[in-house]
Design a protein. Sequence first.
Length: 61
Amino acid sequence: MPWDGAHMSRELLLNREWLVTNGLGGYASGTVSGAVTRRYHGLLIAALPGPLGRIVMWSHV
């Protein structure tokens, strides 16, 4: 998908999201603007053994 951030509206930057998984149940996700707009957004969400589930370890810089 081509990207031209200079021509993006504020709404588009807040609504477009990215996601990267690590194959172990953990992930990182957020909006392209860098704003944390949802509870599950974070730079490090760790998958811990049950019954703990996933925990946001690092939410923003």
